[in-house]
Design a protein. Sequence first.
Length: 180
Amino acid sequence: MTANGKGMIIGAAAMLLLLALFALIVILTGAYNVAATDRHNPIVAWAFDTTYHNSVQGRADDLESPQFTSGMIEAGAGEYKAMCAHCHGGVGVSPAGWAEVMQPHPPALARAAEKWTDEEVFWLVKHGVKMSGMPAFGPTHDDDTIWNIAAFVKEMPQLSAEEYAAIGSGGHGGEGGHSH
Ligand code: HEC
């Protein structure tokens, strides 16, 4: 190896060591502000967001969504209104005030659902999202229930406020025993 090549390797190693040291100092001193009222630094926001999307995409790849039926959408609507709407809102329905100030902010699924596939919505609901406040419903709900919820979430962007208000109110409301 040339002297130049060796120099580059030593330089790169020193750089990595410095970066690790910097990260450790930030972690140990609490320099990074975790307040929900403080916006993320753009680099941290990019790192979280990219990790989040790629992680969900990769893991949902193995799933195969069933064909959604109107019965599934109807059943999912009741679950959604009981367990999700206070954080994510509905069509023409705002989330609870406390959810509006969460960081990350629970996206309005009436719009955001379009950018996720059926399988990704299922995966997100089943497993939740670490360090974000998005709960995992898998431990307490079976896959059929979660596919119903996914069916409704994917339907929501097409609904008017009137349709949203009317759907799922036919006595499906949640699993019983949910007191949100
Ligand atoms: C306590 C509040 C809370 C509840 C309850 C909740 N979520 Fe979430 N959800 C979040 C937050 C916060 C995020 C954003 C995660 C992130 O950006 O890292 C999220 C993200 C999502 C996403 C991905 C959206 C996107 O574009 O990032 C989907 C889909 C989702 N939730 C569906 C649901 C469904 C369906 C339910 C009900 C079964 C539900 N959530 C219940 C807080 C909640």
